[in-house]
Design a protein around this ligand. Structure first.
Ligand SMILES: [Zn+2]
Length: 286
């Protein structure tokens, strides 16, 4: 059976660690095709999408999250969303006429946001290290903003014959006994899992295989798994809702122009056409 994008979870039987691992190869390929990215920019976007998936699955599986890399001096931003239905999407924005920002050469911050059950937002911002390493930035965020000790690696290698994207997040659970010793053992073990791109390529990104390798020799239990995919929440209805928020005079201007309005989604590239009759409908409804 070929691998497909999924999130797997497991917990060590001593209650010390939980792991969430994801294969995001096809999801990331959907995102980078929609954003027309290649090379390092494609892999960076894939890493951010993986981060969004791992973040949601760890902190808020049933709520939506968003991760934003904001480049300094208004050089643009990179956004990834992950939704409880399993879809994720991404967006790379640069000021008009300027080159796409590169996380390796441009200073940036990482902002992580998740919806809370009461609809409020939890958000935190950390600096991305000079190396541009998003895994490190994500770990720093988990420590500082969520008070969670974790070890994270994101890995994407989408060009070439064996494209693969994915990652894992190992979390030290609060109820762990002898937490310090457990942490030392796990840190030592994970030295072989800092750079995971080769492993992901060799296993077609299998999150099951990754967890088996990381927890090798440790009794552990599989927890539930879930599917993920590339997707978007745009729709004709959302387009109409957005248009309905315009001032009456602006809608009237669109009607007067006499042409159907064409609106594209920056995330997924879908395009929507709103007929004049529908615009007139908005005028009579308001
Ligand atoms: Zn869309």
């Amino acid at each position: 059976m070929p691998e497909r994008d999924a999130v797997m979870r497991a917990m060590t039987n001593d209650g010390a660690f939980r792991i969430v691992a994801a294969r995001t190869t096809d999801t990331a390929r959907g995102v980078i095709a929609a954003q027309k990215l290649s090379g390092d920019a494609a892999d960076d976007m894939a890493d951010l999408v993986t981060a969004a998936v791992l973040y949601r699955e760890t902190m808020a599986p049933s709520l939506r999250v968003q991760c934003i890399v904001r480049f300094e001096n208004g050089a643009g931003q990179m956004v990834a969303d992950s939704h409880p239905d399993g879809w994720s999407r991404g967006l790379l924005q640069a000021p008009p006429g300027e080159a796409r920002p590169d996380i390796r050469t441009t200073a940036a911050t990482l902002e992580m946001m998740r919806t809370l059950p009461n609809s409020d937002l939890h958000r935190g911002i950390v600096e991305v290290p000079d190396s541009g390493n998003l895994s490190e930035a994500f770990m720093r965020y988990m420590q500082l903003s969520e008070q969670i000790v974790s070890m994270i690696s994101l890995g994407s290698s989408l060009a070439g014959e064996q494209p693969a994207a994915g990652g894992y997040l190992v979390q030290l659970l609060p109820e762990a006994t002898e937490a310090e010793a457990a942490m030392q053992t796990m840190t030592k073990r994970l030295e072989d899992f800092v750079e995971i791109r080769e492993r992901l390529r060799a296993s077609d990104g299998s999150p099951t295989r990754l967890i088996e390798q990381i927890f090798e020799g440790m009794p552990f239990t599989w927890l539930h798994q879930s599917d993920i995919r590339f997707g978007c929440q745009c729709s004709q209805l959302r387009v109409m809702t957005t248009l309905s928020l315009l001032d009456r005079s602006e809608i009237q201007d669109l009607v007067d122009e006499g042409e159907p309005v064409s609106i594209g989604c920056d995330y997924c590239g879908a395009s929507y056409t709103v007929e004049i009759a529908h615009l007139q409908g908005l005028l009579s409804a308001s």
